[in-house]
Design a binder for this molecule. Structure first.
Ligand code: SF4
Ligand code: SF4
Length: 459
């Protein structure tokens, strides 16, 4: 199963069970049945031996469920093939130049955004670029790094009558032990817990306003989602019965931490949405102090390819600076108003990252003047300290190493065995931005690899 994507494996199973049904009932005979059959299963025609066969009875070249992905990737590359070819030839030329200068050592580029990892994997970018350029996934998913203790508290509260609001992404997030019989908010809800899946903090505010119950919002996110909390709290419009459990984390300190852990990294693809808020200046330390070329990228496959070319060009020229590829949204200063509101409402503290440990000045806590809204104070959750921190991953889950880019998801022995997107065992398999979930759904580029080759983008 490891050589196929999760989607492919499922659709093959589905297709063969339909086929079995057809063989059990035999070909349709009445006109009405034939019409219905034609609609559902493809047009019937007579075979030379007189049997009725369906046009869909011929084995498809691709499993049926993966056609969507195939069609989408194919359409993208067909539409953009000239641009893709041109950028890929620039990448090939620059990577030769860079590798000649560093004795053939592979060039390592790290991303810090779940959507960049999604684009890279979904569109098979790893298979398009030269073998000597390695793309590493870094800590880019806020759900993956939310400490288990936060989930424990939310499960417990939901089963004690407090309404817990969560984004859909975190609904299945597993903790390490059973709390009152549940390992996730999804299980807590099935046991009668009060869990509401919402799209935003605003939705939770609306609901809490019309309720007399106490409510807790599991506030997961990076800088991108932070204004959705800081603005209403600053304006004092949050209902008194709604408390924020801040699991907000800051990306640049985690990026620096990961870069120190993972060893030699030659270039950084910095997150686009985060930089809309923080501004490109937030990444200056990586370029100036760690001397690593950095490009802030958009999310289209072409954006990512241009960013790789930009990084290789800096390497070839011996430069290390912050460049903005995602110019249509990112400026050097960012959203100054959002940042100043954030600093008024939150203070920066050392924070725990699940499976990783405490990263200095990487989290946001509500300031004292807003403590009436603070779920940690209201319900008692002490922030972990460096000397008391314990690994909070389920047994044998290697999410910490995946998140820091030390291993690939396929190196975890549970990948697509005990852990898959339908039944996630570890946190990186839960959110659509989690590296393990992305690899499980899109197979690290295998399918896109074939599409790109067929379309002629692969050089
Ligand atoms: S919020 Fe945007 S920038 Fe941040 S990790 Fe998610 S997709 Fe990337
Ligand atoms: S495959 Fe599952 S268990 Fe393994 S590292 Fe990923 S999330 Fe953890």
């Amino acid at each position: 199963m490891l050589d196929r994507t999760y989607g492919e494996a499922r659709s093959t199973m589905y297709a063969s069970s339909n086929k079995e049904k057809f063989h059990r009932s035999g070909p349709p005979r009445s006109k009405q049945r034939i019409r219905r059959y034609n609609g559902l299963c493809g047009k019937l025609r007579e075979a030379p031996d007189g049997r009725l066969i369906s046009s869909k009875d011929v084995a498809p070249t691709m499993p049926r469920g993966s056609r969507d992905l195939y069609d989408e990737v194919e359409a993208y590359y067909r539409h953009n093939s000239a641009a893709a070819r041109q950028i890929l030839s620039t990448i090939a030329r620059l990577s030769d130049e860079v590798r000649k200068g560093n004795a053939g050592r592979p060039v390592r580029i790290m991303n810090f955004c779940g959507t960049h990892e999604w684009t890279t994997t979904h569109y098979g970018i790893r298979s398009l670029i030269p073998k000597g350029v390695e793309l590493i996934s870094g800590p880019g998913c806020p759900v993956c790094v939310t400490p288990a203790s936060y989930v424990d508290l939310c499960i417990k509260l939901s089963l004690e009558g407090v309404r817990v609001y969560t984004y859909g992404d975190a609904f299945k997030l597993p903790t390490t032990r059973r709390v009152k019989g549940a390992r996730s908010l999804e299980e807590a809800k099935s046991l009668g817990g009060d869990v509401a899946v919402v799209y935003s903090f605003l939705d939770a505010m609306k609901d809490a306003k019309s309720s007399s119950k106490k409510g807790v919002f599991l506030g997961i996110g990076f800088e991108t989602t932070m204004p959705s909390y800081s603005e209403p709290i600053d304006r004092k419009v949050v209902p008194k019965n709604l408390f924020l459990l801040s699991a907000l984390r800051l990306t640049p300190p985690a990026a620096t931490f990961a870069l120190e852990k993972v060893g030699k990294v030659d270039g950084v693809i910095a997150p686009g949405h985060v930089s809309v808020i923080t501004g490109a200046s937030a990444w200056a330390a990586i370029a100036d102090e760690l001397h690593i070329p950095t490009v802030i990228s958009g999310f289209e496959p072409i954006d990512v390819l241009i960013s790789i070319a930009g990084l290789l060009r800096q390497m070839a020229n011996g430069e290390h600076k912050v460049e903005i590829e995602y110019k249509r949204a990112v400026s050097w200063k960012g959203n100054e108003r959002a940042m100043s509101t954030m600093h008024r409402v939150f203070e920066t503290v050392d924070s725990a990252w699940r499976g990783i440990g405490i990263i200095p000045r990487s989290g946001l806590e509500l300031r004292e003047e807003h403590s009436a809204q603070d779920a940690k104070k209201e319900f008692g959750l002490a922030e972990e300290e460096a000397d008391s921190w314990r690994d909070d991953l389920p047994k044998r889950c290697r999410c910490g190493e995946v998140t820091l880019g030390l291993i690939k998801p396929t190196e975890c022995s549970l990948f697509l065995r005990a852990c898959n997107p339908e039944r996630p065992y570890g946190p990186c398999m839960v959110s659509s931005e989690g590296t393990c979930a992305v690899w499980a759904r899109y197979g690290g580029g295998g399918l896109a690899d074939r599409v790109a080759a067929e379309v002629g983008v692969n050089l």
